[in-house]
Design a protein around this ligand. Structure first.
Ligand code: SAM
Length: 321
């Protein structure tokens, strides 16, 4: 088992397989002009897998593939199959914007993917167009329903934003409820890469909106998940992720690997160490040592809650959120 310097067990690895994305969500990405890091900097799936094996053998049992948009990387199903074949029973999940999902959901499920979290910020085409800066709603919905058809467990992620989609919170909840998906509302996390005029809704505001239609009770967090779970009277459960609170840092069980091989102990901080040289040499011992050092230096908590409106310099499209 893996433990960090604060005695927290770390069993969850999130891998961002590309920083590139086919959307330009205003809360995540800068507007143009924009240049990506060169493709040659990316680690191959074989190189990423070498580290994944080390992490699994040391105790990681949950892996989420994210991005950028992970489905922009060809042959993602092969990477998933590599992990699935290395050790059965790994909780293998994907976070995607859903745009390309309809075409690959079957291949991903066949390869061993179990769950997919899909971003859905609005059910209105023009709004989705405004948020993502691309006309994508129809394809996203096709992706969501194809994933369900292929037996993947679907969760929806929504970032409620003032004056943009805050009047759709209940509608999105109803959509999720009717279709058997859990929805999690994520508080907007301030960062340097977003459109700086954005104002996100706080957890209390989201709850106030939902309470205008539904009675619900808080049932706490499940395991190390950052989402606070709420239950409606009919038993339907939704979540709210509030990074401005620190209670989930106390049980943080995750580390992040980006597409260039940076191993990142906390979403908030810039500190990270590279596994690139180790995996390029096929040096398992060196990769394990980087893992050990990163865990040792994992910060106690993020800084989003601090008084002076702390902002992270880290791009979510690089780390996968
Ligand atoms: N492209 C995929 C997607 O759209 O889900 C995966 C990457 S995206 C960075 C992962 C998650 O981060 C999404 O659910 C997105 O809504 C969330 N996210 C991105 N920027 C955020 C921000 N500033 N605050 C809160 N959540 C954010």
């Amino acid at each position: 088992m893996l433990y960090d310097g604060f005695g927290r067990e770390v069993n969850y690895l999130r891998i961002s397989v590309t920083e590139r994305c086919n959307f330009r969500c205003q809360y995540c990405m800068p507007e143009k002009p924009f240049s990506w890091k060169p493709r040659e900097n990316l680690l191959s799936f074989e190189e990423l897998f070498l580290f994944v094996k080390v992490a699994i053998d040391e105790g990681v049992n949950k892996i989420r593939i994210t991005g950028g948009e992970p489905l922009l990387r060809h042959d993602l199903d092969k990477f998933i199959a590599m992990i699935n074949n290395h050790k059965k029973g790994i909780d293998l999940a994907l976070t995607s914007n859903g745009f390309l999902l309809a075409r690959v959901a079957k291949k991903l499920a066949d390869a061993g993917l179990k769950r997919v979290n899909i971003s859905l910020d609005s059910l209105k085409s023009d709004r989705v167009h405004k948020i993502a800066q691309k006309d994508v709603l129809k394809d996203v919905l096709n992706g969501i329903f194809e994933a369900k058809k292929q037996g993947l467990k679907v969760k929806l992620n929504c970032v409620p934003l003032k004056g943009i989609n805050d009047d759709e919170v209940v509608e999105l909840l109803d959509f999720a409820k009717e279709n058997g998906f859990m929805i999690r509302f994520i508080e907007y996390m301030e960062n340097n890469h977003a459109n700086q005029s954005i104002i996100g809704l706080k957890s209390d505001q989201i709850k106030r909106i939902i309470s205008q239609k539904y009675k619900f009770k808080g049932i706490g967090r499940q395991g190390a998940s950052p989402a606070e779970i709420y239950e409606l009277e009919d038993g339907y459960r939704f979540g709210i992720i509030d990074p401005h609170k620190h209670d989930f840092c106390e049980s943080c069980n995750r580390i992040r690997l980006n597409a260039e091989g940076m191993l990142i102990p906390c979403l908030y901080f810039d500190e990270a160490m590279s596994i690139k040289d180790a995996v390029k040499r096929g040096d398992i011992k060196a990769a394990a040592e980087v893992l050990r050092l990163v865990l040792k230096n994992k910060p106690e908590k993020n800084r989003w809650s601090e008084e002076d409106n702390e902002t992270s310099a880290r791009a979510f499209y690089e780390t996968g959120g």
